[in-house]
Design a protein around this ligand. Sequence first.
Ligand code: CTP
Ligand code: MG
Length: 247
Amino acid sequence: MHAVAIVAAAGSGSRLGAGLPKALVPLAGRPLVAWSVEALRAGGVAEIVVAVPAAQREAFAVALPGVRLVDGGASRTGSVRACLDAATAQADVVLVHDAARPLTPPELVRRVLSALGDGHPAVVPVLPVVDTTVTVDDAGVITDAPPRAALRRVQTPQGFARAVLSAAYADLPPDADLTDDATVVRAAGVPVLTVPGDERAAKVTVPHDLVLAEATVRTTGERASQGAPATEERNEPGVEPMSQVAR
Ligand code: CTP
Ligand code: MG
């Protein structure tokens, strides 16, 4: 199985507000995107294509020596599309990953690859929802509280049979802007399997997330995944054993 990983790193990071593209923001002295690329490599992916902001290509080339870079799009969907077009034809499976998930454990990458190897066309890591989650109307009044037991938080890397992802993207309108690739293939009628995600694969979105990531690196060592047991084995409060996560 030849896997190619696409890393979406072309965002500006407006909610983090660091004054530079989020993927270049340092975590323990290394850019977030370097951590994310290393996680994919450690998880067994040999070919990696990274979507970067066109104006910052030089800085990304310094951060990622020897890694293939392509100019990203105006939306995450556009950036993934650009990488998909640039990936070599030999790849039969594609992982799509956010640069903003620096501490993704390599075993999570392997879990997704393994399910693809079993023949599933689309595979997404998920975690249980620990807070009651509600919908609201325009006035901020609660309209519904969907049963929490059936809800999941979706992470990356998400894995796809290459032909399936390419076909789904080909069917999207040119200006489509989706935060998640599983939504794209599900809209095309493809069943999407979930596998256990990992709290350490959390996305850095707001400044507090970076504080947490720094603390994680400080307390668990160079890469959180090395030496630390996987989340589902740690039996953390609020994290259900993965056997209880819907598949
Ligand atoms: N991304 C991308 N191309 C874009 C927008 C986002 O490749 N045009 C990437 C980001 O670099 C990030 C991932 O998609 O790794 C997830 O998006 P998000 O967390 O929203 O990052 P940003 O869009 O950079 O942040 P913000 O929305 O706060 O500006
Ligand atoms: Mg964004």
